[in-house]
Design a protein around this ligand. Structure first.
Ligand code: SAM
Length: 289
C-alpha cells in the first residue's frame, strides 16, 4: 500500500499525496539504513546523502536511470561523485555554500571505511525506495523530502517521523492560503521559522499553478536549526526558487532585525567567496582532495 506506484492515478500523473507518502517512505528507509550500523547519530551525514542524490538526479541526463549507475559504485566512488555534484552545484550557486555546508562536511573528511560503508548503505536505501522517481522528476515540487528525512533521523526509536521540522502539505496549504491571493513577480515570501522550507514549497506550487516563475520571487527564511536551514538551501535548488534567496541561522527572538543581518552576512560571504573562486577553480580544487 505504501508503494508509491500503487497510488498513481489512471493518467499516470501523481497527486501531491502520492509524493508526500513516497517522501515519508524514503525517510523511514533512510533512517533505518543509517541507524543499522553502529556509530554516532550525525543526522547531517544521511541528510546530506539524500540531498546529494536529489541534486545529482537534477543535474544528470539519466534522471531516475541514475539509480542503477549509483548503486554499482563503491562507497569511495559514491563519495567522489558526491564531491563533483556539489562542486558543480556550488560553483553555479556560491551564495548557497555557507548555508548548505552543514550537510556537506562528510565530503571533505577523511572518513574511515566503516563510515564510508554506512554512507553507501544509506544511499542505496534511498535509491531502493526510488528517491530519484521523486526528486529527479517533476514530482519533486509535490513534496518536501528533506523535512521528513530530518524528522525521521531525529525521531526517538519508537516513533517513525518527528514533525518538529516538517509541516505536511495540506496543513502548509491551509497556513499559506490567505497570503497567496495576489502574487506578482518580485514579491517577497518570508518565513521566520522556515524549518526545511515547507511553506515555501506550497507557495511554489501556487506560483507555478498561476503560470508564474518562483525564480522571479524573493525568498527570505530563518531558523535556529542549522540543519533545517541547510535543507532549505538544498530545497531551494530542488524547487528552483532562484537566486534571490536569503537565509539566516539564528534565534529570531534575540535578533529581531534578522533579515538585514542575513543580507549583511550573505554579502560578506560572497565577497570572500569571489576572491577564493577567482584564485582556484572549485572543480580543480576538489579534484585534489
Ligand atoms: C514546525 S517548524 C515550522 C517549519 C516551517 N515554517 C513549515 O511550516 O514547514 C518550526 C521551526 O521553528 C524553528 N524555531 C523555533 N524557535 C525558533 C527561534 N526562536 N528562532 C528561529 N527559529 C525557531 C524550529 O527550529 C523549527 O524548525
Amino acid at each position: 500500500m505504501n508503494d508509491p506506484k500503487h497510488r498513481t492515478g489512471k493518467s499516470g500523473a501523481s497527486s501531491p499525496i502520492d509524493a508526500e507518502c513516497h517522501a515519508l517512505k524514503i525517510a523511514v528507509d533512510v533512517a533505518e539504513a543509517w541507524h543499522k550500523g553502529s556509530g554516532p547519530a550525525r543526522p547531517a551525514v544521511p541528510l546530506g546523502v539524500v540531498a546529494t542524490i536529489a541534486v545529482a538526479g537534477m543535474n544528470a541526463q539519466h534522471g531516475p536511470g541514475l539509480a542503477q549507475i549509483l548503486r554499482k559504485q563503491s562507497p569511495e566512488e559514491f563519495i567522489t561523485i558526491a564531491r563533483y555534484t556539489w562542486a558543480v552545484t556550488l560553483h553555479l550557486r556560491p551564495d548557497l555554500t555557507a548555508w548548505a555546508y552543514p550537510l556537506l562536511g562528510w565530503l571533505f573528511e577523511n572518513n574511515d571505511q566503516q563510515l564510508r560503508a554506512r554512507i553507501k548503505r544509506t544511499a542505496d536505501a534511498a535509491l531502493d525506495a526510488r528517491q530519484l522517481e521523486l526528486t529527479a522528476t517533476d514530482r519533486r515540487y509535490a513534496a518536501d523530502l528533506l523535512g521528513p528525512v530530518l524528522g525521521a533521523l531525529r525521531a526517538p526509536a519508537n516513533a517513525k517521523v518527528n514533525a518538529q521540522m516538517y509541516t505536511p502539505g495540506d496543513v502548509a496549504r491551509a497556513l499559506t492560503a490567505l497570503t497567496l491571493d495576489d502574487i506578482k513577480p518580485g514579491q517577497s515570501f518570508c518565513d521566520d521559522t522556515v524549518g526545511t522550507g515547507g511553506l515555501f514549497r506550497v507557495a511554489v506550487e501556487t506560483i507555478r499553478s498561476r503560470g508564474l516563475n518562483p525564480a522571479d520571487m524573493v525568498w527570505v527564511g530563518a531558523d535556529i536549526d542549522e540543519l533545517a536551514v541547510a535543507a532549505t538551501a538544498v530545497n531551494s535548488v530542488i524547487w528552483q526558487l532562484g537566486p534571490r534567496i536569503v537565509l539566516y541561522v539564528g534565534d529570531i527572538l534575540t535578533q529581531p532585525d534578522w533579515p538585514a543581518e542575513a543580507q549583511r552576512r550573505r554579502a560578506q560571504f560572497l565577497e570572500q567567496a569571489d576572491g577564493l573562486f577567482a584564485a582556484v577553480n572549485v572543480l580543480d580544487f576538489l579534484k585534489r582532495l
